[in-house]
Design a protein around this ligand. Sequence first.
Ligand code: HMG
Ligand code: MG
Length: 306
Amino acid sequence: MHLPTHVKLVEVGPRDGLQNEKQTISLDIKRELVNRLADAGLPNIEAASFVSPKWVPQMATSTELMASIDRHPGTLYSALVPNMKGFEAALAARADEVVIFGAASEAFSQKNINCSIAESIERFREVAIAATSNGLRLRGSISCALGCPYQGEVNPESVVDVVKRMRDLGCDEIDIADTIGVGTAAKVQRVFEQVAKEYPLTQLAGHFHDTYGQALTNIYAALTMGVRIFHASVAGLGGCPYAKGATGNVATEDVLYLLDGLGISTGVDINAVVDAGQFISQHLGRSSTSRAGNAITARRASELAT
Ligand code: HMG
Ligand code: MG
């Protein structure tokens, strides 16, 4: 077992989290959330998504958001782009990294981006070339790598196949996404073992939703294999509009608590993330799903009372 000494956390709350909210969230709230997360020391924030506003209305203000946030010097700001139209918008908005997002399941690819896996790779090819020539970092995201809401089981070979195609497009990083949170530790290890034969483990990330309560365990399982990049969402926000029933990503506060306990550094201030989690939860009118965030908040309140 070789646990890493440092982990890079990619905060996806402002995108994966907020995209799923039915109520319209104002630009001011989005901006404050992103700024708080950057101030907390998060090195990479997925802040925007340049997709069709008819498909995901909440992300329609991505251009305005990217123009209004404070650019924290140590933070990389990422944006999802499904095609060249999205890429042009991300470039104009000064995204540091663009994320092409495909799937390991044909059924999900059709539902989410309205094309087959092969067609999506062709669209991404143009984006990859443009990203490289404009000096932008390129990340590939692979949905349904551990199961699909439409197809059910997804075998590791399908994930490996998409990893190879994204590698050949020149991705700097690839995330293995459990869109509906059905993965368990053994399956996570099997998939990472297979994909690491085709792409450097150090450039692979785990993106785990917590629907079945397995996300922290899955992170630990991946950590023991040497995976050192993980996605997380403040207050456990999130879900995918095209994966019904899927809950949010693993909460950033919970991942920070786990990593801190393992002596793994992240450079992120957990207290500041807890505050950001309380801020957005209050705005959304519900309590945070972060167990660590809520426990730290309760502890602070009891300390104040005594
Ligand atoms: P389409 O209908 O096949 O595309 O959608 P089209 O090229 O025929 O265009 C249709 C309309 O969309 C046109 O407008 C285009 O201009 C417009 P109209 O003429 O009807 O007024 N359009 C765009 N507008 C803005 N930005 C763009 C863009 N492209 C076309 N980039 C498309 C194809 C990919 C656009 C659509 O399916 C789409 O936007 N899908 C996005 C779905 C999405 O955002 N899902 C959630 C994110 S993925 C996720 O959450 C999973 C992840 O977290 C990992 C995990 O957990 O699995 C990443
Ligand atoms: Mg997701």
